[in-house]
Design a protein around this ligand. Structure first.
Ligand code: SAH
Length: 243
C-alpha cells in the first residue's frame, strides 16, 4: 500500500486532509482517487490505514480506518557527522533515516572541506520525509542545523556512551563497546580527518576513540559502515517494531 505523510494538525477524529506536495503527488502523479486505500504517518508515531473519500490537486480527504501507535524502545543512536562535500550529506541523511538513526548533528571541524548553506536543512528535511515514506519509518530522523565541532562535543547529545571514530586508533575496536547502552553518540570526521587537538578535546569530553579496522575508509564509507554496525550490534535491525 502507498504511504504518505499527513500533517497531524489536519487529522480530525476519523477524518483527515492531506495537502501540499503530497496532495499534488497523489492526485496528479499517482492518480489515486476515491476508494483507494493508503497508509498515512504523521511524524509523531501515529500510523493510519485510510481510504480516499475525495481528491483534487490541492487536497485529499481521507477516512481513517484504524490507527497504530509506534513506540521506539531500542537503543537511541545519534550521529555527529562532519560536513562532507557535494551530495555525500544527502546520501548519508537518506541512509541514516532508512537505518533508524535517531538524530544527526552535522558539524564543521578543522579539516572540513564541505560548505554550509542556509537552504541545506530544508533540503535535508525533505530527504528525511521521502526516506520515511519509502522505508516505513514512522518517526522521522531529526537533522540539526550545522554547528561547530567544539559545540557538538560540549553540548552534544546527553548520551551514556560516546565514540569518536579515528583512523589512527590502533587498539579500541567497536564490538566490545556495545554492551547494553540506552543511548550512543558517535562522531565521524571529514574527508581531511580529525586533528590531534580535536581528538584530545573529544577525549576530555568523555568520547572514546574507536577504530573501524586497519584500512582508512572514505568519510562516507566510515559513516555508512559505522551506523550499520552500531544499529546491528544494538539489535536495532532485528525485528519490525524497531524500524
Ligand atoms: N584524510 C585522512 C582520512 C580521513 S577518513 C587520512 O588520510 O588519514 C574520514 C573519517 O572517517 C575519519 O575522520 C574517521 O572518523 C573515519 N574513518 C576512516 N577510516 C577509519 C578507520 N579505519 N577507523 C576509524 N575511523 C575511520
Amino acid at each position: 500500500m502507498r504511504r504518505f505523510f499527513i500533517d497531524p494538525a489536519k487529522v480530525n477524529g476519523l477524518t483527515g486532509i492531506i495537502s501540499g506536495a503530497e496532495a499534488r503527488h497523489i492526485h496528479l502523479v499517482l492518480r489515486l482517487t476515491k476508494g483507494c486505500m493508503v497508509e498515512l504517518f504523521d511524524g509523531r508515531g501515529n500510523i493510519y490505514q485510510a481510504v480516499i473519500q475525495a481528491s483534487n490537486r490541492l487536497e485529499i480527504s481521507v477516512k481513517l480506518l484504524n490507527k497504530k501507535i509506534f513506540v521506539d524502545n531500542g537503543t537511541e543512536v545519534h550521529l555527529g557527522l562532519a560536513l562532507l562535500k557535494g551530495k555525500k550529506m544527502d546520501f548519508l541523511i537518506q541512509k541514516a533515516t532508512e537505518l533508524g538513526i535517531k538524530t544527526i548533528r552535522p558539524f564543521i571541524s578543522a579539516h572540513c572541506a564541505g560548505r554550509n548553506a542556509p537552504t541545506r536543512n530544508r533540503r535535508w528535511d525533505k530527504i528525511v520525509l521521502e526516506a520515511c515514506k519509502q522505508s516505513g519509518r514512522p518517526l522521522p530522523l531529526i537533522c540539526h542545523p550545522v554547528d561547530e565541532f567544539s559545540n557538538i562535543i560540549r553540548q552534544g547529545v546527553d548520551c551514556d556512551h560516546k565514540i569518536i571514530f579515528w583512523e589512527k586508533e590502533k587498539k579500541n575496536c567497536l564490538a566490545p563497546q556495545m554492551t547494553k547502552h540506552k543511548s550512543i553518540f558517535f562522531l565521524v570526521g571529514p574527508e581531511g580527518g580529525f586533528s590531534l587537538e580535536e581528538i584530545e578535546k573529544a577525549r576530555s569530553h568523555g568520547f572514546q576513540t574507536v577504530t573501524l579496522g586497519q584500512r582508512i575508509l572514505r568519510a562516507e564509507t566510515a559513516a555508512f559502515c559505522a551506523m550499520s554496525i552500531i544499529q546491528f550490534l544494538n539489535k536495532n535491525l532485528d525485528c519490525e517494531d524497531n524500524i
